[in-house]
Design a protein around this ligand. Structure first.
Ligand code: AMP
Length: 393
């Protein structure tokens, strides 16, 4: 798949609107704990500034209450130049700031999720955003699987000579393209985290592509419950039990080795100071919840991962933000990092996790998009990318 290339745009001295993904994790003190997504956008922004452009940046923070002020500060440090934070997204004052923005200046719009039109992919809102600039560049791989106004809708207001993929988006799409076309086998997916609903659908579509699947994190309990285990108060999505069964059946049919945790770190509450103990998956005490995979599971998963040549990892094995429940994720991360396989980490949380324990440099590729990379691997064309594909002449 070839994307419209930013280098082919005649952007010199012009105004460029760049959709970025600055949705970064924050620690308990409100500090940005992993600024990879901000750093990853710098190449495209600097390219435009070097072309003497005025640069308008837009991004969302999932929590619509958040201001992008901390992002503006970090961006300012990374770019080593002033970044103005707009008072809003598309109010009159912001539109005027955008209209008057001189070349070499950077204006960051406020959290685009402040506007309801964003997630509704509202055409009027897209048009307003589009009216701010001469060119549109999408560098927000992490949200390109969403049909949102600043990602998908806006592309319709620019012709092919006035829009393109940024360097980050281009790199991600090329990397995953190669990974789907010719993965070195055995190919394993390690899938964890808590967003069960989103990930089960991805799992169904991934099954025909991989040789092994290792499940961890909160999503494991939907499978364990379906198998008849008493999972206590662990995270579960009851309406997806049947889907979990379908996935296990499909894996069997396709000959995909499907691994589930055999023991867990169970706790009496969801808190750092919880009482916790290691129990087998069969023996989670009533009212307790599994918050990490246990040591036997770690050993089992290491065994299963031993001969693997390509690993895709999406979602932590436990509540890694709490030290007590971070062991499973950390052990798997070290194992994956030490292996000679091609190792691909996708998703903000998983990237954050490997960075916290300093193994990020050992991974082959860290993607800025979890959901987006899963959808790409499923073979889908992402809505934010669809309008940026070059058409045959
Ligand atoms: P996701 O965004 O789906 O990748 O999920 C990441 C989140 O899953 C992290 O914030 C983890 O704390 C959380 N998580 C991982 N394991 C569990 C678990 N066993 N129970 C509840 N939450 C979990």
């Amino acid at each position: 798949m070839k994307l419209l290339n930013i280098k082919k745009l005649e952007i010199k001295d012009k105004k460029v609107f760049i959709r970025c993904d600055f949705n970064v994790p924050m620690d308990e003190f409100g500090n940005i704990s992993d600024d990879r997504r901000i750093r990853s956008a710098v190449a495209t922004i600097n390219y435009c500034l070097d072309q003497d452009c005025a640069v308008i940046l837009a991004s969302g923070e999932v929590d619509e209450k958040y201001s992008l002020a901390p992002v503006a500060r970090r961006l300012q440090q990374l770019l080593k130049r002033h970044v103005a934070l707009a008072p809003a997204v598309v109010d009159d004052a912001t539109l005027k700031l955008a209209a008057d923005l001189p070349r070499h200046e950077v204006l960051l719009l406020e959290n685009i999720r402040y506007e309801m039109g964003e997630t509704k992919n509202d055409a009027k809102f897209s048009e307003k955003l589009a009216s701010m600039a001469d060119f549109y560049v999408n560098d927000a791989f992490g949200v390109s699987h969403r049909s949102h106004a600043s990602v998908e809708g806006i592309t319709k207001f620019f012709d092919d000579k006035h829009k393109a993929a940024g360097f980050l988006l281009e790199r991600e799409i090329q990397f995953f393209g190669k990974l789907i076309d010719e993965p070195v086998r055995p190919f394993a997916a390690i899938v964890g985290g808590s967003k069960v609903s989103g990930k089960l659908e991805a799992l169904v579509n991934l099954l025909p592509k991989v040789d092994k699947v290792f499940i961890g994190g909160g999503m494991a309990f939907t499978f364990l419950k379906q198998l008849g285990y008493d999972i206590g108060a662990s995270l579960v999505e009851d309406e997806l039990l049947e889907e979990a069964q379908n996935i296990m059946d499909e894996a069997k049919k396709l000959g995909v080795k499907f691994y589930l945790p055999i023991d867990v770190v169970a706790a009496d509450k969801f808190a750092e100071d919880a009482v916790s103990k290691i129990v087998t998956a069969q023996e989670i005490p009533k009212g307790w919840m599994g918050l990490d995979i246990g040591p036997a599971t770690v050993r089992l998963y290491r065994e299963g991962l031993n001969d693997v040549q390509t690993v895709l990892w999406n979602g932590p094995m436990g509540v890694y933000e709490m030290e007590k429940f971070a062991r499973g994720s950390s052990k798997i991360a070290h194992f994956v990092a030490d292996s000679y396989a091609t190792t691909v980490v996708g998703g903000g949380d998983t990237a954050d996790l490997v960075q916290r324990i300093n193994v990020d440099e050992e991974m082959t590729f860290i993607s800025t998009g979890g959901g987006a990379s899963l959808e790409l691997l499923e073979g889908k064309i992402l809505p934010g990318v669809a309008q940026l594909i070059t058409k045959p002449e």
